[in-house]
Design a protein around this ligand. Structure first.
Ligand code: UT7
Length: 333
């Protein structure tokens, strides 16, 4: 019997410290007005010196498990999407596994920068569909502030820190669905499909100028913002069409678009290109800024908790990031 993945719970965590645009304007040649007009960002959360990615991830995971009513001992896989691991190795996921008190299974990190959460969803869903995992905690967590060049106004104003998590569980494909059918039965609850892509010829558009094997330093973010923007609108619209076509659905069927939060102008241009009402787009960018792999689960958790995302809704997650990587995941909530 084929399995499918359903989401049992969501959780998130934002560091306490909030940094406003005005505060950045005190140390950089920038302004609240420029940042809001060009990006939609009003503030960001920044982790305390003592807080590491694993600390943020652990709180988000605990909250998601609590909402799911699942004990850590029942989890057989923990996936952590991050670009800012605590250390080069071991995988930060294994630290969170230990801290959660998970007693079995496997834990590993996923690196696809801002697309990390949708890549993680693709990996998690594949393990569940193949019967190799039953209960998975998928986390997106970042302390992106640690890899920013705080003198580069073109990048440092854009990012923030945070974490979000979901708990996925395997169900028989015919169980917990409104209608039985094949893997493309889009009326059932759960992950309907995932779609991931990358283009390694575009590495130089968004990267970190260091690493263990090149400079033996951590490095800082470098970005050709204008080019990344151009790729984002095209790739994101295409990935939405790909997900719709695969499931015999149309854009109008989408109840909620939960996009990676990089720039309000990217969100608006993508929605416009798709003919999707901006009322259906979940936006947290104004308060969280770009939290890389954490932005989708943070936005999802907010929309689930405030009652916008309800059972039966068709929810589309999409992201693009360094690599370039991009992807989408379609979920019947
Ligand atoms: O999450 C991964 C994916 N990342 C993205 O999707 C980011 C995509 N790109 C973007 O969001 C936008 O390209 C940015 C927000 C990064 C930049 O916006 P833009 O409208 O493309 O601005 P620009 O880079 O073309 O720069 C326009 C001007 C420049 O000045 P000049 O050369 O015209 O005199 C910049 O130096 O704005 C200047 N500028 C700033 N001014 C004040 C750049 N950053 C700032 C700043 N404050 N923070």
């Amino acid at each position: 019997m084929l399995k499918r993945s359903i989401v049992l719970g969501t959780g998130s965590y934002l560091p306490e410290r909030v940094v406003s645009n005005d505060e950045l304007a005190e140390r950089l040649e920038t302004s609240h007005e420029w940042i809001v007009t060009r990006t939609g960002i009003r503030q960001r959360h920044i982790a305390a010196n003592s807080e590491m990615t694993s600390d943020l991830a652990l709180i988000a995971a605990k909250r998601a498990l609590e909402e799911a009513g699942v004990a850590a001992s029942e989890v057989d896989m923990l996936l952590l999407a991050t670009t800012t691991p605590d250390q080069t190795f071991p995988a930060t996921a294994t630290k969170v596994q230990g801290q959660l008190g998970m007693t079995n299974g496997a834990a590993f990190d996923i690196q696809a920068v801002c697309s990390g959460f949708v890549y993680g969803l693709a990996v998690a869903d594949s393990f569940i569909k193949s019967g190799q995992a039953e209960t998975i905690v998928l986390i997106g967590a970042e302390t992106f502030s640690r890899i920013l060049d705080w003198k580069d106004r073109g990048t440092c104003v854009l990012f923030g820190d945070g974490a979000g998590a979901i708990v996925l569980s395997a169900v028989e494909n015919s169980e917990d669905t409104m209608q039985t059918g094949g893997p493309r039965d889009n009326r059932g609850r759960g992950v309907l499909s995932t779609h991931i892509h990358s283009n390694g010829n575009t590495n130089e558009l968004l990267y970190v100028d260091g690493g263990p094997s090149s400079t033996q330093t951590v490095g800082q973010v470098r970005m050709n913002g204008r080019e990344v923007f151009r790729y984002a609108v095209n790739n994101l619209a295409n990935i939405v069409y790909e997900a719709m076509e695969f499931n015999n659905l149309v854009v109008d069927d989408i109840d909620w678009l939960v996009p990676h939060q990089a720039n309000k102008r990217i969100l608006d241009s993508t929605a416009k290109k798709l003919g999707l009402s901006t009322d259906k787009v979940i936006v947290t960018l104004d308060r969280h800024a770009n939290t890389s792999a954490a932005s989708i689960p943070l936005a999802l958790d907010e929309a689930v908790k405030d009652g916008r995302v309800k059972s039966g809704d068709l929810v589309l997650l999409e992201a693009m990031g360094g690599g370039l990587t991009w992807g989408a995941g379609l979920i019947r909530w």
